[in-house]
Design a protein around this ligand. Structure first.
Ligand code: ADP
Length: 482
């Protein structure tokens, strides 16, 4: 059964229950009023008859019933012996009613006569002025009028409920149809998009601030994100295959030349170049695997732990020193505050090693590399500076893009993958941090990483919104920030 029919039936069912409850209440309230009116009338008539009849001394009690019958009330008079003294209609009066009346109470009951007529009977004691009970006066009124009215009311309520039920069901059928039409159009469009695989398509926005409008907006946002993700993936694959092809081509042609040349100097040079290209390929594959892993989500969400940044920086410092020694570079730890953050130690180490590795790679022999860690207004500030060639201003906005290498770097430094800073950026963002770069050609480069300090006695709060420190917002034009 369709959702539309199910909703219609459900609302009809709810309406039926509501009508049944209200109809029953209305019916019983009216019947209560009508029966009470009948009883009131009987009581008034009996009281009038007794007052009028007994006010004349020496009245025979059989005369009490012999009155011009007013309306539809009839009387029976029974004496103390239980003999019916004035029968206008033969009504069976049960012993309990008679006995109760004889003992001084007024009793009311509903009875059905032998011809099937339902009547209301009121039995009252006939008490003479001395207080003695001399018989029972029984007033009888047929209930056919009241029953008829109640039957009519029953029919009316039934018909009204039926009509209202039909109207409510039709209304709900039309309304759910309208609402579901919008949902159906979303489903159709989604199906179309799925068939055509065209993620540029969007569902026309309804511009309404309701559930369906929100569904459309959310669906469109999801499409935009999917489109961006597919686009990024496509570009990544295209870029990767292009970049991987270059070193392979160089290696292949060098091998070819090696077979042909006999000149030892030329052979050594070819082997050097080939070795550099192999190490570049190796690095590129490793970086690609690292990125792919992160993008697959395995490591993208960092394993959040308490990371002591000062001890991490010491590790990086030691490793950098041994690499820098090969180029006679000087590595300094210029400042080290004690600082900790919540994050993934392995990822943060990878990030810092990438920066330090770049510093040693691009800084010429004998240059200087400086590492530092400061506590700064709730943030940890880590810096990796070098006295290298610097990065031209026009290249700064691009250095965090995948496979971007400055033309200078392409020429002078072999073995780079162009992925290191893209990885740095991804890790920094996954930690809710920021990274800035300051560089001047001929003077050097400084990479500055901001990580939120772990508050005293705090537990990891991975979902917290990253907070931008004041000095970052006000910083006088950092060359590039992510
Ligand atoms: P690569 O593997 O080429 O080093 P990265 O993504 O790590 O790739 O860096 C991108 C580019 O940024 C480098 O090719 C280089 O041009 C520039 N770069 C990065 N760090 C430095 C630095 N410390 N000094 C000068 N240039 C740098």
């Amino acid at each position: 059964m369709s959702l539309r029919w199910r909703l219609t039936l459900l609302s009809a069912l709810v309406m039926a229950v509501v009508f049944a409850i209200f109809g029953t209440i209305a019916y019983f309230t009216v019947s209560l009023f009508l029966y009470r009116a009948v009883d009131d009338n009987l009581e008034r008539q009996v009281a009038a008859t007794l007052i009028y009849g007994l006010s004349r001394p020496g009245t025979d009690i059989s005369q009490l019933g012999d009155r011009d019958e007013i309306g539809t009330v009839f009387y029976t008079v029974i004496d103390t012996e239980g003999v019916v003294r004035y029968p206008t209609r033969s009504v069976f009066i049960s012993d309990p009613m008679y006995n109760q009346a004889m003992s001084g109470s007024t009793v009311k009951s509903t009875q059905t006569l032998s011809d099937g007529t339902r009547v209301r009977v009121l039995s009252a004691p006939i008490r003479i002025p001395t207080g003695t009970i001399v018989g029972v006066l029984q007033a009888i009124t047929p209930l056919d009028m009241t029953d008829h009215l109640l039957n009519e009311l029953k029919v009316f309520l039934g018909v009204a409920a039926f009509i209202l039920l039909i109207v409510a069901a039709a209304g709900s059928y039309i309304l759910t149809g309208r609402t579901l039409r919008a949902v159906e159009s979303i489903t159709r469009k989604a199906h179309q998009i799925e068939l055509s695989q065209d993620l540029t398509q969007r569902i026309p926005s309804r511009g309404t601030d309701d559930e369906v409008g929100h569904l459309v907006d959310t669906f469109n946002q999801m499409l935009s994100r999917l489109q961006a993700a597919f686009e990024a993936q496509r570009r990544f694959i295209a870029d990767s295959s292009h970049e991987l092809r270059t070193p392979i081509t160089v290696i292949k042609s060098n091998m070819h030349l090696l077979r042909r040349t006999t000149d030892p100097a030329e052979r050594t040079e070819l082997i050097d170049i080939t070795e550099a290209e192999v190490s570049r390929l190796n690095r590129m594959v490793n970086d690609l695997l690292y990125m792919a892993q992160m993008q697959a989500g395995h490591d993208l969400k960092p394993v959040l732990r308490h990371v002591e940044l000062d001890s991490l920086l010491l590790d990086v410092f030691a490793r950098t020193r041994s690499i820098a020694a090969l180029k006679n570079q000087k590595v300094m730890l210029v400042h080290e505050d004690i600082a900790a953050c919540i994050g993934d130690r392995d990822q943060l180490q990878h990030l810092l090693l990438n920066l330090a590795d770049n510093a040693t790679k691009y800084t010429p022999e004998g240059g200087t590399i400086a590492l530092g860690l400061w506590q700064d207004d709730g943030w940890a500030r880590l810096e990796v500076s070098d006295s290298g060639p610097g990065i031209p201003e026009e290249d700064l906005p691009h250095i965090f893009e995948r496979f971007f290498r400055t033309p200078d770097a392409r020429q002078t430094v072999r073995g780079g993958s162009g992925l290191g800073l893209a990885i740095v950026k991804t890790i920094a963002q996954a930690h809710g941090g920021r990274i800035e770069v300051f560089s001047k050609v001929g003077e050097g480069t400084t990479f500055r990483l901001w990580l939120r300090l772990v508050p005293e006695s705090a537990t990891p709060a991975p979902d917290d919104e990253p907070f931008v420190p004041k000095q970052l917002q006000e910083a006088e034009g950092p060359a590039a920030t992510i």
